[in-house]
Design a protein around this ligand. Structure first.
Ligand code: DCP
Ligand code: MG
Length: 349
């Protein structure tokens, strides 16, 4: 049986700001863009969450819920620095670390010799060292697989941890809402609710073949997941599939001369970032447009990497639906290093 720890930092960006600015510690605060610039929140501290303030919420809405909310501009450099320190600590316990985001990872500690191989004690030690070295708190879930570890890591949030006792897994999983299961997004959750399936116990009543019929490959996983079974390994090799950047405008734009300068900036950014991926081959250029009503569209094609081509792609797509634009993004998709893609490529020649 594997021993997996899922670690997730508490109110990550907000905690970094509170650490560095004590005056922010006992007030509701959030990190994000300002309301006059149509900003959204990256996250909020736990004080602000009492008012219903949440990540991804427009700043305007958050200020309505909590007028005394203190807003702090994000400083990504600081968050990335803290993240690097945290990941260094993870890697001092095991090589099997799978990052999920800046503040979150799975650790496979099955072979970790510390603390007589007690994953619970290892998790406590990791959280203790994180606090000593960074001044930030983390929460953790400890279980025999990734699914359960992630599920329970917020049971004792903030600054706590929960170990999933293998004897009690069957009981624990039954009451979990299906929306909490890895891979169940909004749409699938809706469909399940329509079928009157709310909890994992409800889902356990559906035969595997039926779940496959409804949800394809994910249905196959769901059959196992709703029983707390998950064979997925902690993946340490991450292959980036794409690289992109985007801009949200202060107001919706329709005039091409106003949009064009953003392309120069964004393309330069992508080209600079690509220097770190000299071993990868670009497959397609990619442009994204988000309209004033948040509807998005994308276009991608195999073209030489230059600003002109990105701009042409943008114009081609926009002319098909020339409405005011809220956001544009540009990027590249890479050819996968995996053999199947190479095979495909050869067949296409
Ligand atoms: N983040 C973001 N936009 C989002 C969600 C998150 O920019 N829509 C950023 C800010 C968060 C960080 O990622 O601080 C980590 O995301 P989490 O979902 O782990 O949220 P927090 O760490 O802020 O809070 P929690 O204590 O619930 O984990
Ligand atoms: Mg977090």
């Amino acid at each position: 049986m594997r021993k997996i720890i899922h670690v997730d930092m508490d109110a990550f960006y907000a905690s970094v700001e509170m650490r560095d600015r004590p005056e922010l510690r006992n007030v509701p605060m959030a990190v994000g863009g300002s309301s006059d610039r149509r900003g959204v929140l990256c996250t909020a501290n736990y004080e602000a969450r009492k008012y219903g303030v949440r990540a991804a919420m427009p700043t305007k809405t958050a200020l309505k819920l909590c007028p005394k909310l203190v807003l702090v501009k994000p400083n990504f450099h600081k968050y990335s620095e803290a993240s690097q320190q945290v990941f260094e600590i993870f890697r001092s316990f095991t090589d099997k670390v799978q990052p999920l985001s800046l503040d979150e990872a799975y650790l496979d500690v099955t072979d970790c010799p510390h603390f007589n191989n007690s994953a619970t004690l290892i998790a406590a030690e990791i959280r203790k060292i994180i606090f000593e070295k960074t001044g930030l708190t983390a929460s953790a879930g400890i279980a025999s697989n990734k699914l359960l570890a992630k599920l329970v890591s917020d049971f004792k949030k903030p600054n706590g941890q929960f170990t999933c006792d293998p004897q009690k897994t069957d009981e624990l999983i039954k009451s979990i809402p299906v929306g909490k299961i890895w891979g169940v997004g909004k749409v699938m959750n809706e469909r399940l609710l329509q079928m009157n399936i709310k909890t994992c116990e409800d889902l356990q009543a559906v035969p595997r073949h039926q779940l496959i019929q409804y949800f394809g490959k994910m249905g196959d996983h769901l059959f196992d997941f709703c029983r707390g079974i998950d064979e997925r390994e902690v993946e340490t090799e991450f292959e980036r599939k794409s690289l992109s950047t985007e801009r949200t405008f202060n107001r919706d734009l329709v005039i091409m001369e106003e949009i064009k300068p953003f392309f120069s900036e964004m393309v330069a950014e992508v080209i600079e970032s690509l220097e770190d991926y000299s071993d990868r081959v670009v497959k397609n250029l990619h442009v994204k447009i988000k309209y004033f009503d948040f509807q998005s569209t994308t276009i991608e094609r195999q073209l030489d990497l230059n600003e002109e081509n990105f701009w042409e792609l943008f114009l081609e797509r926009w002319s098909q639906d020339p409405r005011p634009i809220r956001l544009v993004g540009v990027g590249v998709k890479f050819i996968s290093n995996e053999t199947e893609d190479c095979g495909q490529l050869l067949l296409n020649v």
